[in-house]
Design a protein around this ligand. Structure first.
Ligand SMILES: Nc1ncnc2c1ncn2[C@@H]1O[C@H](COP(=O)(O)OP(=O)(O)OP(=O)(O)O)[C@@H](O)[C@H]1O
Ligand SMILES: [Mg+2]
Length: 437
C-alpha cells in the first residue's frame, strides 16, 4: 500500500529540479501561512469580535432600558448615549420595520451580532454591509422602534486585512527571491547536461566554462577535463593511423615502379592487382579520416538527404518510405557517406531495396532492407571490423576493400547512435540505424 502511495506521490511531484526545490521552499511557507491565518482568524479575531459585540449590545440594552424607565428624561438619555458612545439613534414612533433581513450566515460579524441580540430577547433587524463604515441596526420597542447607526469598528477589529497583508507579502517576497535563486542554481546543471548531450552526439562544442555552486562547478570542470582527454585520444589515434596510411603510399609507389623490372608478365599482373587494392584501402581510409576531422556539424533535413542519396544511384530498385520532416544537427557529409555505403552494399547484393525514415520521441530511425543473401548471424559482428569481407568471392568483382560497414558504424557511433543488423522480411539484410537528437 505504501509502495502505491509513494508511486502516486512521485507521479504528482514535479519532475524538474527547479520545481522540486521550489516546492521544498514554498510548501513550508504556505503551510505556515495557512496555520497562522487559521489560528489568528479563529482564536483572536472571532473571539475579539464576540467580546466587542457583547459589550455593544449590552450598552444598547442599557440605553433602551433607561429610555423606557418611567419618569426618565428621554432627551437626556438619548443625547448622552449619542455623545459618549458615538452611536446615532433615531426613534420612530408608531412605526414598524419589515422583518425581511439579508442574513449572511457565513459572516462572523453577523453571526455574533445575531447571537447577542437574541440572548437579550430583542426583536431586531440589521444590515452590516449596506454602508462601508457603519452598521445599521433597528430594534423594536413595543409599537415603535429605534434605529441605530453604529461605527463598524465598535463590532470588529479592522486589523485583519492589514494582518493578512503583512503575512502574505513577505511570503510572496520570499518565494520570489527563492525563484530567482533557484533558477540561477539549476541553470548550470542544465548547461552541463546540454553540453554532455551534445558531446555524446559528436557535435562540436566550445570550451565548457563551469559555473554555479562548487559541486556543480566541480562536475563541469571534470566534464571538461574528460572531454579534452577523449578528444586528444581520438585525435591521436586518427592522426597516427592517417600518418601510417599516408607514409605507406610512398613504398607502394616505389613497388609499382619496381614492378617494371620484373620479367614474368603473370607475376606483374598479380602484383599490381595487390598493390592497387592496397592503394585503394589507403585512399579510402585517408579520405574518411580527413573528412571526419574537418567537418563541423550543420543542420539539414533528413528525408531530403536520403532522397538525394537514392537519386544518385539512378535506379528504380530502391523504394523510399518518407517520414515526417525533420531537421537534424549533425555532420552531414559523414552521414551521407554512411548511408551511401550501406545502400551501395545492398545494390551489390539485391534487386529490391527499401529505405525508411521514422522520427520517434527522442531519436530517429533509418531502416535499410534488401532481398539479397543477408549476413549470417555469426558474421554480423565481424563485418563491422575494418577490411573484413565475408566471402572474398562474393564481392571480388566489385573490388571492394571491406571498409564500408566499419566506417558507417564509426560515423553513427560518433553521433551517439547505434547500428544493428538483422534479417529482413524481404529475405535479405535489415539494417536499423538509430540516432538520438
Ligand atoms: N546488404 C548486404 N547483403 C549481404 N551482405 C552484405 C551486405 N552488406 C554488406 N555485406 C557483407 O559485409 C561485408 C562487409 O561490407 P563492407 O561494406 O564493410 O565492405 P565491402 O562492401 O566489401 O567493401 P567497401 O564497402 O569498402 O567497398 C561485405 O563484404 C559483404 O559480404
Ligand atoms: Mg560496402
Amino acid at each position: 500500500m505504501f509502495y502505491g502511495l509513494s508511486k502516486f506521490l512521485k507521479q504528482l511531484l514535479p519532475k524538474q529540479l527547479f520545481y522540486r526545490s521550489l516546492l521544498i521552499v514554498a510548501l513550508p511557507i504556505i503551510i505556515l501561512q495557512i496555520t497562522i491565518s487559521v489560528v489568528f482568524f479563529d482564536s483572536l479575531w472571532i473571539k475579539t469580535n464576540i467580546g466587542m459585540t457583547r459589550a455593544l449590545v449590552g450598552e444598547i440594552k442599557t440605553f433602551i432600558d433607561s429610555y423606557n424607565q418611567e419618569g426618565s428624561d428621554k432627551n437626556f438619555v438619548e443625547n448622552t448615549f449619542e455623545e459618549h458612545l458615538e452611536i446615532d439613534v433615531v426613534y420612530f414612533q408608531n412605526k414598524q420595520f419589515s422583518d425581511l433581513m439579508n442574513e449572511k450566515w457565513y459572516s462572523p460579524i453577523d453571526r455574533a451580532l445575531r447571537r447577542e441580540l437574541k440572548s437579550k430577547n430583542l426583536e431586531y433587524w440589521f444590515d452590516t454591509s449596506k454602508f462601508r463604515h457603519t452598521v445599521n441596526l433597528k430594534i423594536k420597542n413595543e409599537g415603535d422602534y429605534f434605529e441605530f447607526f453604529i461605527p463598524r469598528e465598535r463590532l470588529t477589529s479592522t486589523s485583519v486585512r492589514i494582518f493578512a497583508l503583512w503575512i502574505t507579502l513577505p511570503a510572496i517576497l520570499i518565494i520570489a527571491i527563492a525563484i530567482i535563486f533557484l533558477k540561477n542554481q539549476t541553470r548550470p546543471i542544465k548547461k552541463l547536461a546540454e553540453a554532455s548531450k551534445k558531446f555524446g552526439r559528436g557535435e562540436n562544442i566550445e570550451e565548457f566554462v563551469p559555473s554555479g555552486a562548487s559541486e556543480i562547478r566541480q562536475a563541469g570542470f571534470e566534464f571538461e577535463k574528460m572531454r579534452k582527454r577523449i578528444l586528444r585520444h581520438l585525435n591521436q589515434r586518427s592522426e597516427m593511423l592517417s600518418g601510417i596510411s599516408h607514409d605507406l603510399r610512398t613504398p607502394l609507389t616505389r613497388m609499382k615502379l619496381q614492378l617494371a623490372l620484373i620479367k614474368d608478365k603473370n607475376l606483374i599482373e598479380r602484383f599490381s592487382n595487390d598493390i592497387d587494392e592496397m592503394e585503394k584501402m589507403l585512399n579510402e581510409y585517408l579520405q574518411f579520416s580527413s573528412e571526419s576531422n574537418k567537418e563541423q556539424t550543420e543542420e539539414f533535413e533528413f528525408n531530403e538527404l536520403i532522397e538525394n542519396i537514392i537519386f544518385k544511384f539512378n535506379n528504380n530498385i530502391i523504394k523510399f518510405n518518407k517520414g515526417e520532416i525533420f531537421i537534424f544537427n549533425g555532420r552531414k557529409l559523414l552521414i551521407q557517406r554512411c548511408l551511401n555505403n550501406l545502400i551501395e552494399n545492398s545494390t551489390k547484393f539485391a534487386n529490391k531495396i527499401e529505405v525508411s525514415f521514422q522520427k520517434l520521441k527522442s531519436n530517429i530511425l533509418i531502416i535499410i532492407e534488401d532481398n539479397g543473401p543477408g549476413i549470417p548471424i555469426n558474421e554480423r559482428e565481424n563485418v563491422f571490423k575494418p577490411f573484413y569481407k565475408i566471402d572474398k568471392s562474393r564481392s571480388e568483382k566489385s573490388s571492394s576493400v571491406g571498409l564500408g560497414l566499419s566506417i558507417s558504424s564509426d560515423i553513427i557511433r560518433s553521433h551517439g547512435g547505434k547500428i544493428e543488423l538483422s534479417e529482413s522480411n524481404l529475405g535479405g539484410l535489415k539494417i536499423v540505424i538509430s540516432l538520438p537528437f
